[in-house]
Design a protein around this ligand. Structure first.
Ligand code: SF4
Length: 93
């Protein structure tokens, strides 16, 4: 695994996370890839997470981070892994 695209592990690189609206939420709410829940529940969890992200002051930084890593699980910046994969595909194409 290459880590050269990751920000340097300094506090300032991840300071934005302290302003995330998800900080006070259960982390499981943002990881909707759980195969043990059915599609309807997964969709509801995804939409609930998106609602939190919708008013988040660091949404752009969060999405930028998720695309650069890339984060392959969870809701980041209001997007699903599939949506981020599509964004990266579009940019590469
Ligand atoms: S955009 Fe969503 S996942 Fe990212 S920090 Fe904000 S609330 Fe958390």
């Amino acid at each position: 695994m290459t880590v050269t695209r990751l920000p340097r592990p300094t506090y300032s690189s991840y300071e934005w996370q302290e302003q995330g609206r998800c900080r006070t939420k259960a982390v499981e709410q943002f990881f909707t890839d759980d195969q043990e829940i059915d599609q309807r529940e997964r969709r509801e969890k995804t939409e609930a997470a998106r609602m939190v992200c919708g008013g988040c002051p660091v949404r752009a930084q969060c999405l930028d981070h998720a695309l650069r890593v890339p984060e392959t699980f969870g809701i980041w910046g209001g997007t699903t892994p599939t949506e981020r994969a599509q964004m990266l595909w579009d940019v590469a194409g």
